[in-house]
Write a protein that binds this ligand. Sequence first.
Ligand SMILES: NC(=O)c1ccc[n+]([C@@H]2O[C@H](COP(=O)([O-])OP(=O)(O)OC[C@H]3O[C@@H](n4cnc5c(N)ncnc54)[C@H](O)[C@@H]3O)[C@@H](O)[C@H]2O)c1
Ligand SMILES: N[C@H](C(=O)O)[C@H](O)COP(=O)(O)O
Length: 352
Amino acid sequence: MDCMSLPRLILTLGDPAGIGPEVVLKALVEPELVQICQLTVIGSRSVLTQTHGQLLAKNPGLNLADPEKINLLEVDHPNLEEVSVGRGDAISGAISFAYLNEAIARTLAGEFAGIVTAPIAKSAWQAAGHNYPGQTEVLASRAGVERFGMAFVGRSPFTGWTLRTLLATTHIPLKAVPLALTPELMDSKLDLLLTCLAQDFGIDKPSVAIAGLNPHSGEEGKLGEEEQNWLIPWLEQARKKYPQAKLIGPIPPDTMWVSPGKAWLTDGQTTVSDAYLALYHDQGLIPVKLLAFDQAINTTIGLPFVRTSPDHGTAFDIAGQGIARADSMIAAIKLAAELVEQRSQPSANHTN
Ligand SMILES: NC(=O)c1ccc[n+]([C@@H]2O[C@H](COP(=O)([O-])OP(=O)(O)OC[C@H]3O[C@@H](n4cnc5c(N)ncnc54)[C@H](O)[C@@H]3O)[C@@H](O)[C@H]2O)c1
Ligand SMILES: N[C@H](C(=O)O)[C@H](O)COP(=O)(O)O
């Protein structure tokens, strides 16, 4: 394929005090990337140069991209020199917010088909006065969409099986979860998930496993009432509304992850679903990160453009040491390129 027709992606550096610049420098030496996308980094060359020097001083021989040769859109910031590696604060938060902001503006203007984001720290954003719970919510707000979802996708390096998990609720306190969960919200998330499975993965007739909220899915109302009060009735309606999908649930939230765990780790016989709908952040992300921390990709669904991100955070505890793994960042770039390609083609049936 002519390289000018490859998907155009923009890659943010994330929080300059975290491992974002390091995983970007490590990812950019992955030879396959130039064959699948046209990548532009957005951030500060001085951050990349400083990270490059610091990492090589500690780890001579580390394979890193040359900061001077990286295709970069410079975002200037007056406080760049005050960034302290390993400490996220108002300065690093303001800078990472500026990177994302510019990436979104250029993508909405049509310069790029997708955004890949390195991690930011929500607390640093708050310190800088940007009161968003995460990048997902900024992307949705700037794109003007009310219906969006946080989905995690990972392909097992052991079996090749793909785990897809959508979170019904995301960055809210645990005590707010039961109040936020409603049949309307579930309708919206399921609809988004089915659209994503068809559009992005070519799965038109998916099976979807849906978790319960309470231990043992409420044990017939003895351990919680949400399942009986609305989740089971909603599922019955959803089965009529989406006859093309096999909707399984509500599944007790602990055992829901046994089959995906087996499918991830061994090729043995197990019945799995095309996607898993978890009701809250850690119900979905504990199994995802336990199984797939270095492989999983966070993707925002429902946006008018592709967005992916590694599944890890800023890891301030290891920033500047040279030990951060770039596998999830590489996977995020590859998935973004695949999704851009997939969305430009007619849907095809897909076998997981
Ligand atoms: N997409 C994102 O922007 C994103 C995602 C998750 C967390 N965060 C943010 O990151 C900050 C830190 O979050 P956290 O500590 O819960 O999670 P984290 O993922 O940053 O770190 C968890 C643990 O995993 C290790 N780790 C993380 N990434 C690694 C990598 N690539 N290679 C090797 N080890 C790695 C860290 O050293 C740490 O021990 C928080 O502010 C959180 O909100 C951002
Ligand atoms: N909830 C995600 C996770 O735990 O990996 C992550 O924090 C998402 O962050 P963004 O919305 O900033 O991508």
